[in-house]
Design a protein around this ligand. Structure first.
Ligand SMILES: [Zn+2]
Length: 66
């Protein structure tokens, strides 16, 4: 159909689990096998989020360690 407005990308906020039509990219998760994925937050939560560590960094440190 011509004249239809382009659909806005909607994402779920990683912090408050709400759907936002103005997602802010806060992290990109890389995987060894397969494609990685992007982590989004809503504009309200994005400034409050700490930088998300890379998943490989988490594996090296192990769970429970800071
Ligand atoms: Zn949010």
């Amino acid at each position: 159909m011509s004249g239809a407005a382009p659909r806005r990308p909607v994402r779920m906020c990683v912090r408050c689990d709400r759907i936002t039509d103005s997602p802010v990219l806060v992290s990109v998760v890389h995987q060894n096998s397969g494609p990685g994925w992007s982590v989004y937050a809503c504009p309200g939560c994005a400034p409050c989020l700490p930088p998300v560590p890379d998943v490989f960094e988490l594996w090296e440190r192990g769970p429970g360690e800071e």
